[in-house]
Ligand binder design. Structure first.
Ligand code: MFK
Length: 555
C-alpha cells in the first residue's frame, strides 16, 4: 500500500434501479390493458419486485458472480451420490418464485383471462437478477399445463399441488428431458427405450444429452416403448420423479454437467437413465404432440426472458451514460450515443409489446373467452420466440459496446449478459427450427389470423402522427401473399426471413396500437418509438428463397 493519491478517476458504477419504474413499456401495456382494480392491486407487487430485482437481488447476483453449480459424484466413503450443489442465488430464487406465485398466478382462475399477464409481468421483473432460475420455472409451467389437461387424474393430484404451490417448502419444479445426441432438433430420433418390468412398471433406459435444471423434483421426458414404430409418433410422454424421499437419485446417473458458453449458474446435466421408473402421462404414442404444450410455454418464457434481459441491458447502459464523461460531456448528452440509446429503446419496445400481446392472447385462449384466437396464438409463439431471441442477442452486444472496454471485462458482469442471451436462439428450438415451426403452423391455420390482426391494428391508426407507421404496415401486408407463394423449397429457404418480417410487422402493429392509446394520455414516448422502429426496419426486405448452391460452392 502507498499513501499516493489515486492518479486516475474510477469509472462510474452503473446500477439498474427499479426495473418496474424504469420499464415504461411494461407499465404502458399494463395501464392500457388491465382492468383498473387489478392494476391497482398488482402495481404495489410490481414496484416491490422491481425494487428487489434492481436492489438486493442484483447485489446478491453480483456477489455470487464467480460461483457455479458443482457436481459431487462420490461421497467421502465411496458411495455414488451424484449430488449437484447449487449457487446461493439459485437456492433463494426457488423460494422467491414460489412466494410471488410465478407459476401459480398463471393458473389462478380468479384472474380469468388476465392470469398470464399478471404472471409474466411478475416474471419479467424477477428474471434479470435470478441467474436463469426462469428456466426451471418455464418447464414447471409447461408441466403444469400438460398435467392440468392430460386427463391423468393420479398424476395431476400428485404433482399439481406442488407445481402450483406458493409455499417454498411445498413448491416443486419440473425438468423437460428431451434432447438426445440423435435428436436435438429432430426429437423423433429419440433413442431412450421404455420397457415394462415384471411388476408392470415402466422403466426408461437411455442417455439424455441436455437436461436443464437437473435438480428439479419431477421431469417430463420422451421414450420409445419397446416395439413402437420409429419417428415421433412412436414416442410416449413420461413423468418421472428422479429422487427418493432422501433426495437420492433412483436409477439415474449424472454423467457430467455441461461446460457451457453462458447460463453457467444453471446446472445443465447429461443423464444416464438406467431403468428409471416412469409413468406414461397420456397414452403410449404421439409423444412430441403431447409435449408440444410444454414447448410452447417454454418458448413463451423464452420471449419474456429475452425482453427482460434486454431491458436490464438498457437500464445499465442508460445509468452509465448519465455519468460517464468523454470529450467534455456525459455520454447522455452526445448526439450519436443518444441515437444509439434511442434505437436500443425502440427495438425492445416493439419486441416487448409483441410479446405482451402474445401473453394476453395466451390468457384469453386458456380462459376460453369469446374473443380468444388459438389460431393466432399458434402463429405468434414461434414468431415471438425466434424474433425476441435474435433481438436480445443484438441488443446485448450493443449494450456491451455502450461501456467501451468495461463491457468486455468479466468482473463488470457485462460479458455474462451477452453469453447468457446467446442461448435464447438455441434452446427450445433454434431460429431455423422455429421458422420451420412457423411454416408448419401456417400450413395448419393459414397466415390470415396474423395478417388480419396486423391489418386491424393498422386500420385503427388514424391521425397524422401514426400515418407513416400505418403506410409501412399496409405496404408490408401487400407483400405477404407473394412471399408465401414461393413454392415449397424456396419457401423453406426463405423461412427465416419471412418469419422475421412477420415478427417485425406484428411487433410494430402492437407498438403503434399502444402509441395511439397513450397519446390520449399525453404520453408521446411509444409514438416516438414506433416511428423510429418503422424508420429503422421498414420497408421490409424481400425474403430470399433462391437456391444457394452457387454461393456455397462445391457443397
Ligand atoms: C428461460 C427461458 C425458458 C427456457 C427453458 C428452456 C429449458 C429447456 C431446455 C430444453 O429442453 S431445450 C430442448 C428443446 N427442444 C426443442 O425445442 C425441440 C425442437 N424441435 C422441434 O420443435 C421440432 O419441430 C419437432 C421436435 C416438434 C419436430 O417433431 P416432428 O415429430 O418431426 O414434427 P411433426 O411430425 O411435424 O409434429 C409432430 C406432432 O407435433 C404434430 O401433431 P399431430 O401428431 O397431431 O399431427 C405437430 O402438429 C405437433 N407439433 C409440433 N410442434 C408443435 C406441435 N403442436 C403444437 N405446437 C408446436 N409447437
Amino acid at each position: 500500500m502507498t499513501d499516493r493519491e489515486p492518479l486516475s478517476t474510477p469509472l462510474p458504477v452503473p446500477e439498474p434501479g427499479n426495473g418496474f419504474e424504469q420499464d415504461w413499456v411494461l407499465r404502458a401495456w399494463l395501464e392500457s390493458t388491465l382492468p383498473a382494480d387489478l392494476l391497482a392491486s398488482e402495481q404495489p407487487v410490481l414496484h416491490e419486485l422491481g425494487a428487489r430485482s434492481g436492489g438486493e437481488w442484483y447485489r446478491l447476483h453480483r456477489a455470487d458472480r464467480v460461483h457455479e453449480p458443482r457436481l459431487v459424484q462420490w461421497d467421502p466413503w465411496g458411495l455414488r451420490v451424484d449430488h449437484i450443489e447449487l449457487t446461493e442465488v439459485w437456492k433463494r430464487a426457488h423460494g422467491w418464485a414460489a412466494e410471488y406465485g410465478l407459476v401459480a398466478c398463471g393458473y389462478d382462475a380468479a384472474l380469468a383471462e388476465h392470469a398470464r399477464t399478471v404472471q409474466f409481468a411478475r416474471a419479467w421483473l424477477y428474471i434479470p437478477s435470478t441467474d436463469f432460475y426462469g428456466c426451471p420455472l418455464a418447464m414447471t409451467d409447461g408441466a403444469a399445463r400438460i398435467l392440468t389437461d392430460a386427463g391423468n387424474a393420479a398424476l395431476a393430484e400428485r404433482a399439481l399441488p406442488h407445481l402450483l404451490a406458493r409455499d417454498p417448502d411445498r413448491f416443486w419444479t419440473s425438468g423437460q428431458w428431451m434432447t438426445e445426441t440423435a435428436g436435438g432438433s429432430d426429437v423423433g430420433n429419440t433413442e431412450t427405450v421404455a420397457r415394462r418390468d415384471a411388476d408392470g412398471r415402466w422403466r426408461l433406459t437411455g442417455r439424455k444429452w441436455f437436461t436443464s435444471a437437473a435438480t428439479s423434483e419431477i421431469a417430463l421426458t420422451l421414450a420409445r416403448p419397446e416395439g413402437a414404430p420409429e419417428g415421433s409418433r412412436g414416442l410416449a410422454l413420461f413423468y418421472i420423479e428422479p429422487r427418493d424421499d432422501q433426495g437420492r437419485l433412483r436409477d439415474i446417473e449424472v454423467l457430467r454437467l455441461k461446460d457451457k458458453l453462458g447460463t453457467r449458474k444453471l446446472p445443465t446435466a447429461e443423464l444416464w437413465l438406467d431403468g428409471a421408473q416412469a409413468e406414461p402421462v397420456r397414452g403410449l404414442e404421439r409423444g412430441v404432440a403431447n409435449i408440444a404444450p410444454m414447448l410452447n410455454l417454454t418458448r413463451t418464457w423464452n420471449a419474456v426472458t429475452a425482453c427482460a434481459l434486454a431491458r436490464r441491458g438498457i437500464d445499465l447502459a442508460r445509468a452509465y451514460a448519465e455519468q460517464r464523461r468523454a470529450f467534455g460531456r456525459v455520454l447522455a448528452r452526445q448526439p450519436l450515443h443518444r441515437r444509439t440509446l434511442a434505437a436500443m429503446e425502440a427495438d425492445p419496445a416493439a419486441a416487448a409489446l409483441g410479446t405482451l400481446a402474445m401473453i394476453a392472447e395466451l390468457g384469453r385462449v386458456e380462459a376460453a373467452t369469446d374473443d380468444a384466437r388459438p389460431d393466432l396464438l399458434r402463429l405468434l409463439t414461434p414468431l415471438l420466440k425466434l424474433g425476441t431471441a435474435k433481438d436480445a442477442i443484438a441488443l446485448a452486444s450493443e449494450t456491451l459496446e455502450c461501456f467501451g472496454g468495461a463491457g468486455y471485462v468479466e468482473d463488470t458482469g457485462l460479458p455474462e449478459l451477452l453469453r447468457d442471451v446467446q442461448v435464447l436462439s438455441i434452446w427450445e428450438g433454434t431460429t431455423n427450427v422455429l421458422s420451420l415451426d412457423l411454416l408448419r403452423a401456417i400450413g395448419q391455420v393459414g397466415v390470415a389470423p396474423l395478417t388480419e390482426a396486423v391489418a386491424d391494428r393498422a386500420r385503427a391508426l388514424d391521425g397524422e402522427p401514426l400515418a407513416p407507421v400505418r403506410r409501412a404496415l399496409e405496404q408490408a401486408l401487400e407483400r405477404v401473399p407473394a412471399w408465401l407463394d414461393a413454392g415449397d423449397e424456396r419457401l423453406e429457404a426463405a423461412g427465416r426471413e419471412l418469419a422475421l418480417n412477420l415478427y417485425r410487422m406484428f411487433c410494430l402493429a402492437e407498438l403503434a396500437t399502444v402509441a395511439r392509446r397513450r397519446l390520449a394520455d399525453d404520453d408521446g414516448r411509444p409514438l416516438a418509438a414506433a416511428r423510429l422502429f418503422a424508420a429503422r426496419h421498414f420497408p421490409l426486405r424481400e425474403p430470399v428463397g433462391e437456391d444457394c448452391g452457387a454461393v456455397l460452392g462445391d457443397f
